[in-house]
Design a protein around this ligand. Structure first.
Ligand code: FAD
Length: 496
């Protein structure tokens, strides 16, 4: 098999907010080091820059009191997921410096023109107007790209990361990555002294997701990390927002409480919500509405999650809920995958426990758990992207290129010869079933689907294989979570 070779001191994989920040920090911390930034395409990509909202909120506490309060909020929300208090502390304390970095880059913040940057409350954190919002994401991408360019970072677009390359010797280590050209599918072996993985989260694994820009993110970071020996945490905790399946427009669960609204029940009948619940249960759910309004994504292990469970009980076999508003318009809505809160368990410098491998952004976790304060993910990309890049540069300085442990990329080459035209259909099947069974903490049929994934692993081509292994990381975490003691769950009464 032919392949070309390249090498770098620091290899950053993924050019969203986290990867860009890591490359910037690596080049700044190690002038003279060769820093290479790999991305799937040349322009704006990922949830960071190809985001349909064209704006992003970022938590930035102004005072010590607000910093303490953010730390408390993040920790309180993390249950039942796992959070590392050291990372939460760093996240909140370094927010102001990272915000100043973004201002220095010239990002446009809401309110800038009037001289006072606007602040608003983030999801799950209604009492504190702690988030600033930047807009014009394509311009933000251009500003990051210019900064890394100025610092001498070599940007390599048009490459898909296939797998990480193990280092030679005892212990688990990474010595580079196998990259595949997206134009001609040729392979590149990129060797590096340190690798920073910033490939984003698992939302693209679901048929209804909010990650626009297909063909530039595949949701395979969990598979790549696990195969390299990194440990995942919080992998089952994705954020889901209810929205229209076609447009992605936000849809509020409040709609279910409006007079005159009809829903299509799984048996195909159109019913009033009031007729599906007894009076006590209807009133109990109605009393949760105010708490539910304080966050767009569904919560884990909080009382108002019962509202989402109730709506989820109405999903049809495709995972879609049909709702007719009082004006008579039917809408197809569903839980749309938005962002993951899980990823590689990292320490305060983005180290994964695998020698030479760092992770940051949406594929790293520990700075948030099951639920996440709105605006804390963008903050995490900047705080821990910078730290991972800086530490990767420190590691690379004065060190020789590590030897590669396994020259042939078994998972890529072994499967490339195989006909993978069927992967298109297999991937569609996978995403549909993730949507049916793996949303909102797990739905009926989850464990059977999870077992099926194990049975068919290895049967498709490389695209399917990566997606399947990432999907398994999510379903495995969900199956374990489901084994916890039962939670309250609203169900449709016999009247339905
Ligand atoms: C609609 C929407 C709104 C959001 N709003 C907010 C908000 O207001 N505040 C907040 O904190 N968070 C928000 N989030 C979440 C947040 O935007 C993301 O979690 C964050 O931007 C992720 O940054 P990242 O750099 O880790 O990943 P991404 O931005 O997803 O970047 C990943 C990069 O890796 C590349 N890539 C992926 N796989 C491969 C591969 N195999 N090979 C090569 N390249 C690959 C992608 O092309 C991309 O360049 C929102 C998310 C969405 C979808």
């Amino acid at each position: 098999m032919n392949y070309s070779r390249m090498q770098a001191d620091v290899l950053v994989l993924g050019a969203g907010l986290a990867g860009m920040r890591a490359a910037w920090a690596a080049a700044q911390a190690g002038p003279g080091l060769s820093v290479v930034l790999v991305s799937a395409q040349a322009g704006p990509s990922g949830s960071s820059f190809a985001n349909p909202n064209n704006m992003l909120g970022m938590q930035v506490p102004r005072t010590d009191q607000e910093t303490e309060s953010l730390v408390r909020e993040v920790q309180d929300l993390a249950r039942p997921g796992r959070v590392d208090p050291r990372l939460v502390d760093i996240l909140a304390r370094e927010a102001r410096d990272r915000y100043e970095d973004l201002r220095g880059l010239g990002l446009r913040f809401k309110g800038d023109g009037q001289g006072v940057v606007q602040r608003q409350a983030g999801c799950f954190c209604p009492d504190q107007a702690g988030a600033v919002i930047f807009t014009h994401l394509a311009q933000a991408h251009a500003a990051f790209s210019a900064r890394v360019q100025d610092l001498g970072v070599r940007q390599l677009p048009g490459l898909r990361v296939r797998e990480l390359v193990p280092g030679r010797g005892n212990g688990v280590s990474v010595a580079g990555a196998w990259l595949e050209s997206r134009s001609d599918r040729s392979l590149v072996l990129a060797r590096a002294k340190a690798v920073v993985l910033a490939l984003g989260g698992p939302a693209p694994l679901f048929s209804f997701n909010l990650c626009r820009g297909q063909g530039q993110a595949w949701g395979d970071s969990y598979a790549i990390l696990e195969a390299a020996g990194a440990r995942l945490i919080n992998a089952g905790y994705l954020q889901f927002l209810w929205g229209e399946t076609v447009s992605g427009a936000f849809w509020s669960l409040d709609e279910l409480g409006r007079a005159g609204v009809l829903v299509r029940t799984p048996d195909g009948r159109s019913r009033k919500v009031r007729d599906l619940l007894d009076k006590t249960e209807f009133e109990r759910l109605a009393s949760l509405a105010e708490a539910r309004r304080q966050h767009c994504p569904a919560a884990y292990d909080r009382p108002d999650a019962d509202l989402d469970r109730f709506a989820a009980g109405l999903l049809d076999s495709r995972g879609v809920l049909k709702v007719r508003d009082p004006e008579g318009v039917w809408r197809a809505v569903a839980p749309l995958a938005h962002a993951g809160n899980g990823g590689a368990r990292v320490d305060e410098w983005g180290r994964t426990g695998v020698d030479g491998l760092y992770a940051c952004g949406e594929c790293a976790s520990g700075m948030h758990g099951a639920n996440r304060v709105g605006g804390a993910m963008v903050l995490a990309t900047q705080v821990f992207g910078r730290r991972a890049g800086e530490e990767a540069a420190r590691r690379a300085m004065g060190r020789a290129l590590p030897l590669v442990g396994r020259v042939w990329p078994e998972s890529v080459l072994g499967e490339r010869g195989r006909e993978d035209a069927g992967d298109f259909l297999r991937l569609a099947w996978l995403k549909e079933n993730m949507q049916r069974h793996a949303v909102l903490g797990g739905r009926p049929g989850l464990s059977g689907f999870h077992a099926r994934l194990a049975e068919i692993q290895g049967l498709g081509g490389p695209d399917f294989d990566l997606a399947l292994r990432s999907a398994r990381a999510v379903t495995s975490a969900l199956v374990q979570e489901a084994a916890r003691p039962a939670r309250t769950c609203s169900s449709i009464t016999a009247a339905a």
